[in-house]
Design a protein around this ligand. Structure first.
Ligand SMILES: C[S@@+](CC[C@H](N)C(=O)[O-])C[C@H]1O[C@@H](n2cnc3c(N)ncnc32)[C@H](O)[C@@H]1O
Length: 235
């Protein structure tokens, strides 16, 4: 019984440690999710943003895993983390709950292909970060939020002015995913071959560009990619 598969290259790297690099603090089962979310981006010139840098160990792990063509940016509220910036990228120092700071980082780095939110883990931080960065991503993309169990801890983590948790926001995206199929009477239209359909009612950008929302223990993964209007058929 393994928490992540023993042949997962990222998990192996974590298990073996790297004496020349700073330590990384992770739940063992996260490596299974990382690998399924990020494997398609390996060896490509992608831009990744990790929120929550701390000792800088995870930034280096992502660089090793994604390869030399990837630019791995960090973001952290602690100015000491600036020193952990990787070549060709940097650590943005500021508050992830501040939309203006997030927009300035986006303008400097360009649209990310991968976002990993391992920052302060409060509702307001997770939600504000998602609201600014998710619509600005390149497609296809992967947006992963970790340590979402804090939503169930409440207390100082429940700091959204509207009382929402990241699960409310994720369920909102999940609802948008169903804008085509969730319409009453949609079965008739969606049973016609796409080339023979007339123009349909518009759906939101979020619906057209979100492939899936996945829930794991303490993680939520949003996959971004262009979607076509669905089609059902009896064959
Ligand atoms: C769990 S640690 C990151 C660990 C790192 N990703 C790793 O795996 O080694 C969380 C980091 O989030 C940062 N942080 C806390 N609140 C923040 C905020 N409001 N904005 C940005 N970063 C924040 C902390 O300074 C800390 O370095």
């Amino acid at each position: 019984m393994h928490h992540s598969a023993p042949d997962n290259p990222l998990y192996l790297r974590f298990l073996q440690g790297r004496q020349d690099q700073p330590p990384i603090h992770k739940w063992h089962h996260y490596f299974e999710v990382y690998h399924q979310a990020f494997a398609p981006f390996r060896g490509r010139p992608v831009t990744m943003l990790e929120i929550g840098v701390q000792r800088g160990g995870s930034l280096r792990m992502w660089q090793d895993y994604l390869g030399p063509q990837a630019r791995i940016f960090g973001m952290d509220i602690d100015p000491a983390t600036e020193a952990h910036g990787l070549p060709g990228a940097k650590v943005f120092v500021g508050d992830q709950a501040d939309p203006d700071f997030l927009r300035a980082a986006l303008a400097e780095m360009g649209p990310p292909d991968i976002v990993l939110d391992d920052g302060g883990h409060t509702a307001r931080q997770q939600i504000n970060t998602f609201d600014v960065l998710y619509p600005a991503m390149r497609l296809p993309g992967a947006y992963l939020i970790e340590d979402t169990h804090t939503a169930f801890w409440g207390g100082p983590f429940a700091d959204d002015p509207q009382g929402r948790s990241i699960y409310d926001v994720a369920f909102g995206v999940c609802q948008r995913l169903h804008e085509w199929t969730g319409r009453v009477g949609s079965m008739d239209r969606l049973g016609i071959p796409p080339a023979e359909r007339g123009p349909g009612d518009a759906v939101s950008e979020l619906c057209r560009t979100t492939e899936s929302v996945s829930f794991f223990d303490s993680m939520i993964l949003f996959r971004r990619g262009e979607r076509a209007e669905p089609w059902h058929e009896v064959r």
